[in-house]
Ligand binder design. Structure first.
Ligand SMILES: NC(=O)C1=CN([C@@H]2O[C@H](COP(=O)(O)OP(=O)(O)OC[C@H]3O[C@@H](n4cnc5c(N)ncnc54)[C@H](OP(=O)(O)O)[C@@H]3O)[C@@H](O)[C@H]2O)C=CC1
Ligand SMILES: CCCCCCCCC/C=C/C=O
Length: 329
């Protein structure tokens, strides 16, 4: 019999999550039935969406929502071989049972030398978010200027690199000088620390005096309110995330967007990466190819130990991660 460890939401977050909002539980897993398999999580993802989703999709006592790269340890399902790795969405748990329907195989061309944890980052959901957000929402074109915030994170770092591959000028903003150095290393044309610039407005103007054609917004709030005024005519804004607002107990108020939207004839579109689930294979293959060719680089912030999941999650929300925040069990 297998005993799984799982992190549950003890108390709905009020403002910034605290370690006391989580509880570590043990769960006795039953024996496998025909068609089922037993898996152990090897890498788990901590992502910003967990903060807002916990509010409206989870009850207190539920296992924290989330995805993992897991190894199959026992199989009574002929479609799944013991020892293979898959991506699951069983939440913050060390072991789980599945009938296989909700599991995704890693692309068959995955090189042995590539960390499998990338299936939760650059060659996973965050990479797909960058890919479809840029191509389908921003509709970037060669020669255009792309702005991205939270640029040194899982999504933002891929956005900047794909925009360079697409022949654009890229401006990235991040919350530390080390992150800014990293962005320059990745090939961003301009990068600055939004926490230390005297004026965000001036820093954005200096980075691109002619303004921005595309704005890939991961942050929302005050940043977005300033940036929208620096869009070029007919600019496109992809509303990907609003991490600056996820921990607000009281919703932030305007400024309002109508003036720049009207007079610059902007397009602003919110999106969820799941819109392109039917093109997942296309996106993953493209991302994997760029990674293997060295055209897209990656960095992972790996926290060791399942017991440290809440700390890794809180650390990511505070901006402690460079690249994708991952927990190694
Ligand atoms: N629409 C969709 O389908 C998807 C949306 N997303 C969204 O994309 C965004 C980025 O996600 P992801 O790449 O996984 O996360 P990251 O790896 O970028 O980690 C989060 C980062 O957000 C930044 N941050 C935190 N608080 C603030 C704040 N108050 N103001 C500005 N920046 C802040 C920090 O970087 P820094 O040091 O630079 O401040 C932190 O490192 C999130 O908003 C997320 O919700 C993600 C996946 C799918
Ligand atoms: C339990 C697996 C759920 C995976 C959900 C992925 C959702 C991404 C959408 C993110 C929105 C904002 O961050």
């Amino acid at each position: 019999m297998v005993i799984a460890k799982a992190w549950v939401l003890k108390k709905h977050f009020d403002g910034f999550p605290k370690t006391s909002d989580f509880d570590l539980k043990t769960i006795e897993l039953p024996n496998l039935k025909d068609g089922e398999l037993l898996l152990e999580s090897v890498f788990l993802s901590v992502d910003p969406y967990m903060r807002p989703y916990s509010q409206w999709q989870m009850k207190e006592g539920d296992i924290m929502i989330g995805t993992q790269v897991a190894r199959i340890v026992e199989s009574k399902n002929p479609a799944f071989t013991v020892g293979a790795f898959v991506v699951g969405n069983k939440g913050w748990t060390t072991h789980f049972i599945s009938d296989g329907k909700d599991l995704q195989h890693l692309p068959s061309s995955w090189p042995e030398s590539l960390p499998k944890s990338l299936a939760l980052g650059t060659v996973g959901m965050p990479g797909l978010t960058a890919y479809f957000g840029l191509l389908e929402v921003c509709k970037m074109k060669p020669g255009e200027t792309v702005l991205v915030n939270a640029a040194a994170g899982a999504v933002g770092s891929v956005v900047g690199q794909l925009a360079k591959i697409g022949g654009c000028k890229v401006v990235g903003c991040a919350g530390s000088d080390d992150k800014v150095t990293y962005l320059k290393k990745l090939g961003f044309d301009e990068a600055f620390n939004y926490k230390t610039v005297k004026s965000l407005d001036e820093a954005l103007r200096k980075a691109s005096p002619d303004g921005y054609d595309c704005f890939f917004d991961n942050v929302g709030g005050e940043f977005a309110s300033v940036a929208i005024n620096q869009m070029k005519k007919y600019g496109r804004i992809a509303i990907c995330g609003a991490i600056s607002q996820y921990n607000d107990s009281v919703p932030q108020k305007g400024p309002y967007v109508q003036f720049p939207m009207i007079f610059k004839e902007l397009q602003m579109e919110g999106f969820l990466v799941s819109r392109w689930n039917d093109r997942r294979k296309e996106g993953l293959q493209a991302l994997l190819k760029w990674v293997v060719e060295g055209k897209v680089k990656y960095h992972e912030q790996v926290t060791e130990g399942f017991e440290n999941m809440p700390m890794a999650f809180i650390g990511m929300l505070k901006g402690e991660n460079l690249g994708k925040a991952i927990v190694k069990v």
